[in-house]
Ligand binder design. Structure first.
Ligand code: NDP
Length: 401
């Protein structure tokens, strides 16, 4: 018998719950717990399965989390709340002897800073407790790391150049909206860009480097170099990589809104006083922007996320390789009521949990996804709604930038 607790009842939590419920042979019991219990109840009602229960928790509080875990005694926590809660949830898991999985690395609330050091510092404690923690198991990070591990295992003797390319060619019909939590999303995009080159990190201005890239079934889209957290672990776990970069597409309309938001101070994450009340402008902005969970209904088009890799094949000859998944917003909405950005994050989180519960990804300690065998995960991507495609010896385009 296996039991999971999903913490967080947003767009991603909704998808994780749907996908776990579709696999009752692996997920015998499912608990959805979040700050606002009514959201958990709504998800459980929409799914309508008898093995789902709900609860409430403030995941900033270790004592509350400990009570929750003692009450339900799950095998695994699937953390799809916000990155701010990663460490409190990991602390509670250690205290209660529960395994852990998340989709985004820890961020302190007061600085937009992404790095794994805080969570990697838990390695020894998880290892000693005999518990597995799987970090970054969404799409990117997540599938991007599994794709890279799969390429290393099956196609390359040496990977030299890695470019992760993330395109959202969807249209939700709103002037401005973010596809997942606006606070987390805007913090990510407005910081400096950074990429890895010959053993060093190179910093760029925010969205300074961009170029049109062609995405399958979509065409050319302007793609911007961003720092993204999986680069940090991938260059360590695959030390032959000479250069690693991350690209994301944005439309002009989106960028114009973003520039205005920044220029007028609404992207600030420090407190300001307004009418005697302290508010954080970016948190206030989140309250007035469209809710990412409500975008699904009219969302048209596809996402396309993949890895473009150059290096030497198993015989030592130069080779190029592109592996990707395209996901339709409409199909994702039909299945789960959420758009493709939540879908492409929630499905891999469920698969990671499935890998753990079926004994394929069990390794005491704290690990990034690329440290596990990619094959059973890749097999499930094809079965669970995120089929992937490979192209060999193709023009990767990224070598010209
Ligand atoms: P949402 O904002 O839609 O949902 C977040 C959920 O967490 C909400 O239900 C919220 O509760 C809950 N929550 C927030 N704070 C607390 C708390 N203190 N205690 C308990 N629950 C809390 O976010 P998304 O679903 O879009 O994203 C979820 C996670 O997925 C984020 O960490 C995000 O960074 C990550 N992500 C990862 C991606 C990847 O590819 N790896 C891509 C996209 C997202 P309430 O409703 O009460 O506010």
């Amino acid at each position: 018998m296996s039991k999971v607790i999903i913490i967080g009842a947003g767009g991603v939590g909704t998808v994780v719950a749907h996908k776990c419920a579709q696999n009752p042979d692996v997920f015998n019991e499912i608990v959805i717990a979040s700050r606002t219990k009514s959201k958990c109840d709504a998800i459980a009602k929409a799914i309508g399965a008898s093995n789902i229960s709900t609860d409430s928790v403030d995941a900033d509080s270790v004592p509350q989390l400990v009570e929750l875990l003692r009450r339900h005694k799950p095998d695994l926590v699937i953390n799809v709340a916000l990155p701010y809660q990663d460490l409190t949830i990991m602390d509670a898991c250690l205290e209660c002897g529960v395994n852990y999985l998340d989709t985004a690395n820890y961020e302190p609330k007061d600085v937009a800073h992404f790095e794994y050091s805080w969570q990697w510092a838990y390695r020894e404690r998880f290892e000693k407790a005999g518990l597995t923690a799987i970090l970054g198991c969404g799409f990117d990070p997540g599938v991007s790391g599994v794709f890279t591990a799969y390429a290393a295992k099956h196609h390359f003797s040496e990977m030299e150049y890695l470019d992760i390319v993330d395109c959202n060619a969807g249209d939700h019909g709103k002037a401005f909206a973010t596809n997942f939590n606006p606070e987390i999303n805007i913090r990510e995009i407005t910081q400096n860009g950074r990429y890895y080159q010959d053993g060093k990190w190179v910093t760029t201005g925010p969205l300074e480097i961009h170029a049109p890239l062609n995405y399958p079934n979509i065409g050319a889209r302007d793609s911007y170099l961003l720092y993204h957290e999986e680069l940090e672990s991938l260059v360590i776990n695959f030390p032959t990589i000479k250069r690693a970069r991350f690209w994301m597409t944005f439309g002009q309309e989106y960028l114009t809104h973003l520039r205005v938001i920044q220029n007028i101070g609404m992207a600030r994450i420090d407190e300001v006083e307004y009418n005697g009340v302290k508010i954080v402008p970016l948190q206030f902005l989140k309250a007035v922007l469209p809710n990412p969970q409500d975008l699904g209904e009219n969302y048209k088009g596809e996402t396309s996320i993949g890895c473009r890799i150059a290096g030497k094949d198993k015989d030592g000859n130069p080779t190029t390789y592109y592996i990707y998944n395209n996901c339709s917003h409409e199909e994702a909405y039909k299945e789960t009521g959420m758009q493709a950005v939540s879908y492409t994050t929630g499905v891999p989180a469920m698969i990671g949990a499935m890998m753990f519960l079926t004994g394929k990804w069990v390794k005491p300690g704290v690990h990034n996804v690329e440290e596990f065998d990619p094959d059973p995960f890749m097999e499930q991507l094809n079965k669970q709604g995120l089929p992937w495609h490979e192209v060999h010896n193709c023009d990767l385009e990224v070598d010209k930038i």
